[in-house]
Design a protein around this ligand. Structure first.
Ligand SMILES: [Zn+2]
Length: 271
């Protein structure tokens, strides 16, 4: 039976906030495929900011990953916590998003979703879903800490409406997992972010024990500039192993299920 160190592993995080050494550490721990979503603690105040951030991910960040020995797969979106409050600015930023998606270098659209649930976030979220559908890309969708159940219901309704077939509903907890699972589609995945601000390793195991949908989960660290642990996926898998879960299932949680929706990982892996 293969042990965790021999598994392929993928993680989803905000690499722009991590150092070069961090990327090398991930490589040494066997995480060589990283889906990178853009998050910085700013609100976009002019459309050009979005353009510059997309360019950063699509160019310098991919090159930086390659130098460190990891494949960085950029996802493009305006994170709900960065959404402009001025709808004109938002409109311009969304136009840059579409131009960036046309380069076909993105593996997914996102993070998008709802955080405070403002009208601007909602406009932005719907446009991201339209673009995901139009460009046949999976969507990475943020669910918030507050009003989690309520806003997840809105999110799931929009997802169905926009006919997005592949999605990751991220930062799932016991408060919204049953709502996500009401959508029976295998490729609507449940993102389990193991970090200080979301679920502990123990909570992740408990969630899985209560809702054992082995084909639906994707573990991720969601590491960025905050106190999250970029090795939390690896450490959680070790905890799952200790708790007696079979390698076949663990391989799904840390890689195979991600491949179901982010097939581009295989095409783009160059190492
Ligand atoms: Zn998020």
């Amino acid at each position: 039976m293969p042990k965790i160190q021999f598994f392929n592993k993928v993680d989803i995080m905000h690499t722009v906030s991590r150092s070069f050494q961090d990327l090398q550490t991930l490589k040494h721990c066997g995480v060589i495929d990283i889906i990178s979503t853009m998050y910085l603690p700013i609100q976009v105040k002019q459309p050009g900011t979005a353009r510059d951030l997309f360019d950063w991910l699509l160019d310098a960040e991919i090159k930086r990953g390659a130098m460190a020995g990891v494949n960085i797969h950029p996802a493009l979106g305006i994170h709900p916590m960065m959404v402009p409050s001025d709808t004109k600015v938002l409109d311009g930023a969304l136009q840059y998003l579409e131009s960036a998606l046309k380069t076909k270098k993105a593996i997914a659209v996102g993070e998008t979703g709802l955080h405070h649930g403002t009208p601007e976030e909602f406009i932005s979220f719907k446009r991201h879903l339209e673009l995901a559908h139009q460009y046949n890309l999976p969507a990475i969708i943020h669910t918030p800490r507050e009003q989690k159940a309520e806003l997840t219901k809105v999110i799931m309704k929009e997802l169905r409406k926009h006919k997005v077939e592949r999605a990751l509903i991220d930062h799932a907890t016991k408060e919204n997992i049953a709502i996500i699972l009401q959508d029976p589609r295998r490729n609507v995945k449940i993102g389990v972010s193991i970090s200080k601000s979301n679920l502990s390793k123990k909570d992740a195991i408990l969630l899985y024990k209560n809702y054992s949908y082995e084909n639906r989960y994707i573990l991720n660290s969601n590491a960025g500039s905050g106190p999250g642990d970029m090795l939390s996926v690896i450490k959680s898998i070790e905890e799952f192993e200790k708790a007696g879960f079979r390698s076949r299932i663990l391989q799904k949680l840390c890689y195979d299920n991600a491949l179901d929706i982010f097939g581009g990982i295989l095409r783009e892996s160059s190492l």
